[in-house]
Design a binder for this molecule. Structure first.
Ligand code: AKB
Length: 321
């Protein structure tokens, strides 16, 4: 067990990142030491069988306090959030879950003197006025989505709790995350996952952003290892806390399709941009993550080709293709 983190709680554990993160944390720290929280969605057998699971709404603070007290939680990975696409359809819900949920977690961390909180931000914190290429760590944060607004406000809230009350809260600005285990729900970057599923299951895909849309992306193992590395990094080395730029690869939807076609030559993609195109157009093409490299040794392992090979191998196994 990493010294001061003995009992971990993961919110959003049934979600895309949370489901794999919980299993990785259980592997590393022991199943009983990682309590998974979910709201409505049915957890997988693996999640239920490898450690404690609690049904809990993130906006219900008393319920959260009960869980933190009864398990003696000292560390929280706060992954519960409404993503950008759904956030534009349901802005009130996004505000409530993303802001009230985060504030509940930070209040509990302060009041119960927890060791650490991990609270991810996103490239959605950027907006159309942000420099789009090699987006700097310190830059314009004027998003046009409710999700982005909650991410910027969330970063500021986290830093406020650190400076005012010494809550050790850390976070990264995740790019689009690609994985084969749990599908994402309601994000703008979801096309970069759905395209692999449809390549394997249907042989064709209708993409909801234009072919020339370039966004920063990351393969799930890097996303998981990265946040665990940040959690375990010595506090003394950190200049930033809850807003680390984090990059792995950038590609257009067309380049993604081409990388899949190298393995599935008959695969066809059509492009039919919807409301998420505007969101994608307001986000960076590529990210400067040198602060993460320097302050806690961030280093991704997957590029597009390596990721595509791994995604297709695993999805073919998953669907018996
Ligand atoms: C989304 O598309 O909303 C998320 C994100 C980039 O935070 N994947």
């Amino acid at each position: 067990m990493a010294g001061d983190m003995k009992k971990i709680m993961v919110t959003g554990s049934v979600g895309q990142i949370g489901s794999e993160l919980t299993l990785a944390l259980r592997e590393r720290y022991g199943g009983d030491n990682v309590v998974a929280l979910g709201r409505k969605t049915t957890p997988s057998e693996e999640l239920l069988n490898t450690g404690p699971f609690e049904y809990q709404d993130i906006t219900d603070k008393e319920g959260l306090v009960r869980i933190v007290e009864s398990y003696g939680i000292d560390t929280i990975y706060h992954m519960a959030a409404i993503l950008s696409g759904v956030g534009e359809q349901k802005p009130d819900l996004a505000y409530q879950v993303n802001m009230d949920g985060l504030k509940n977690i930070l209040d509990i961390a302060r009041d119960k003197e927890l060791t650490r909180v991990l609270a991810p931000s996103s490239i959605a914190a950027f907006g159309p006025e942000t420099p789009r290429n090699n987006t700097p760590q310190e830059t314009v944060l004027r998003p046009r989505t409710m999700y982005g607004v909650t991410k910027v406000a969330g970063e500021l809230l986290c830093d406020y709790y650190f400076h005012k009350w010494g809550v050790d809260v850390r976070g990264v600005r995740y790019p689009g995350i690609i994985s084969w285990k749990t599908p994402p729900g309601g994000g703008t970057t979801d096309y970069a996952v759905a395209i692999y599923y449809d390549a394997v299951q249907k042989g064709s895909y209708e993409c909801f952003v234009r072919e020339d849309t370039v966004l920063p992306m990351m393969y799930m193992p890097d996303a998981i290892n990265g946040i665990i590395d940040l959690a375990e990094a010595p506090l003394e080395g950190l200049v930033h806390h809850s807003d680390f730029n984090m990059a792995a690869m950038s590609f257009s939807a067309g380049e993604l399709a081409a990388s899949i076609k190298r393995h599935v030559p008959e695969f066809t993609v059509t492009y039919k941009p919807d409301y998420r195109q505007t969101i994608a157009d307001s986000w960076p093409n590529s990210i400067d993550d040198s602060a993460a490299h320097e302050e806690w040794g961030w280093q991704p392992r997957y590029d597009l080709e390596k990721m595509t090979a791994d995604m297709l191998t695993n999805l073919r196994k998953k669907f018996g293709k």
